[in-house]
Design a protein around this ligand. Structure first.
Ligand code: SAH
Ligand code: SF4
Length: 471
């Protein structure tokens, strides 16, 4: 049994911040600029966590580098969702033996979901001696204290015990200054889909208080954010644990009422909890992007049951139909797993059929990856890797064709897009539509960070192309 949910007191957070100041004095005493490298794997939640890690490091006086030979501190923020991500992390961490040999005193920290799994923390303890500090997602709020212990050099530091999860407010943030920003509204997951490791490593659902979410949104807007993505493993359960009579739709309405010209989007929304109230809210809040990521995972009812998803294909399709009644131009994206244990050819074809019915604008497709400790890991899995790959390729082909057709339909339209950065070659700007589609744009770089009108001139599977018409 792990520890239960814990709200970290403002005083405990203040102590970490005070420690940052002491470390800053120590680290910069010799007049040398300490350097840190933060390497992030996995989902947007991890990106958001890394912004806090950088925030802490900045307060300790660190500047940032991409060169591992130059860094005094390397933090690898890991993902555990699929084996492939773990293999990449282990390969890259293993290679740090060379940098440590060249830079004595360098601190290597590995944090995030991968190390919250006891077998992975053990593996690092035994086989990755170059790692000085290991800490799970629940310990991020006390990174300064853990880093100080690791820097004292009196042995390796491990902090990744089982835990339902912490909620800490007031952690420092270092963003890249762009117009797109992440905003976590809740942490953890209670759904226990049978293939998924997230509930084991991220703990139980914990919502942030609405006033904390709103205060952070105001800060982000003041800081220039124009496209805010609200994050949670299942945002539709926001507020259930707070007992404040505030659900996700209510939170969206409050965020929508904040002054300023900006967009709100969110992920992820679990289909079993996506309600008419949510669709109605999205339709009536003018700042809510017409984009919904609604991961279906599979099109076969037997597979969906085995996945413990809590809906069937017909129920999912009904929700999509209802959503399209409220928001006819909704951009729909999804996640799909191919080759779940025991998936037959016919069941896979159910997925293809569902995809043809929904016609997603974009899909994130994955081959099932066995995760230790999950129920699916014990299910018979007779289908070969080659067969799964073949199914995956077929699905990808279908997905690519539909995306290309959908993108072609934009040609000739003039859309409002947010220019979020420089592009390359003939298209000096990169922008996003309200629905989150990437647009390579011709136009002046002065438009970076602004909403502009763009005429779409062509499209392919992955993106749209166009020109600015009003900037
Ligand atoms: N909470 C989110 C997603 C979390 S993980 C949701 O429910 O949609 C992101 C995606 O990774 C999932 O939607 C799923 O498609 C994929 N995924 C999760 N576990 C996986 C596994 N064991 N193998 C392959 N893909 C997996
Ligand atoms: Fe994993 Fe399911 Fe939770 Fe998403 S909802 S994080 S897929 S258990």
């Amino acid at each position: 049994m792990g520890r239960e949910r814990e709200e970290i007191s403002p005083q405990a957070v203040a102590e970490q911040l005070a420690l940052c100041e002491r470390l800053r004095a120590r680290l910069t005493a010799e007049g040398r600029q300490p350097l840190a490298l933060v390497d992030t794997y996995g989902c947007q939640q991890n990106e958001a966590d890394s912004e806090h890690l950088r925030g802490f490091l900045k307060q300790m006086g660190f500047a940032f580098t991409q060169d591992e030979f130059e860094a005094d501190v390397i933090v690898v923020n890991t993902c555990a969702v699929r084996e492939h991500a773990e293999q990449r992390v282990l390969g890259n961490v293993g290679a740090l033996t060379h940098t440590k040999a060249k830079k004595p005193g360098q601190i290597v920290a590995v944090c995030g979901c991968m190390v919250q799994q006891p077998h992975m923390a053990d593996k690092i303890r035994k086989s990755y001696r170059m790692v000085d500090l290991v800490f799970g997602p629940h310990e991020l709020w006390r990174f300064p204290e853990l880093l100080e212990r690791a820097m004292e050099g009196r042995g390796r530091v491990f902090a990744a015990d089982p835990f339902d999860g912490a909620v800490a407010e007031g952690l420092p943030v270092s963003r890249d200054g762009g117009v797109r920003a992440w905003l976590s509204v809740m942490y953890g997951c209670n759904n226990f889909c049978s293939y998924c490791v997230v509930p084991y490593v991220r703990g139980r659902e914990r919502s942030r208080r609405p006033e904390d979410v709103l205060a952070e949104a105001r800060r982000l807007l003041a800081d220039g954010a124009k496209d805010i993505t609200l994050l949670g493993q299942n945002v539709n359960s926001y507020g259930r644990d707070l007992g404040l009579n505030m659900d996700f739709s209510g939170l969206l309405r409050e965020l929508n009422a904040l002054p300023g010209d900006f967009r709100l989007r969110f992920m992820t929304s679990h289909p079993k909890d996506a309600t008419e109230r949510l669709f109605e809210t999205m339709a009536s809040c003018e700042k809510c992007a017409h984009h919904l990521h609604l991961p279906v995972q599979a099109g076969s009812d037997r597979v969906l049951r085995a996945m413990n998803r809590g809906y069937d294909a017909a129920g999912y399709l009904e929700k999509v139909e209802l959503l399209r009644k409220y928001i006819p131009d909704i951009v729909l994206t999804t996640d799909i797993i191919v080759g779940f244990p025991g998936e037959t050819e016919e069941e896979f074809e159910d997925t293809l059929r569902l995809v043809e019915k929904v016609r997603y604008d974009a899909m994130f497709t994955f081959i099932y990856s066995k995760r230790e400790g999950t129920p699916a890991a014990k299910m018979p899995d007779p289908v070969s890797r080659e067969e799964k790959q073949r199914r995956f390729d077929r699905l990808l082909e279908t997905s690519n064709r539909i995306s290309a057709e959908k993108h072609a339909a934009y040609v000739g339209q003039t859309l409002r897009v947010l220019v979020d950065g420089p592009g390359s070659g003939d298209y000096p700007l990169a922008a996003r539509t309200d629905g989150g589609r990437l647009v390579h744009l011709r136009g002046s770089e002065e438009n970076i960070g602004r909403f502009v009108k763009a005429r779409i001139t062509s499209g392919n599977t992955w993106a749209l192309f166009g020109e600015v018409t009003d900037g």
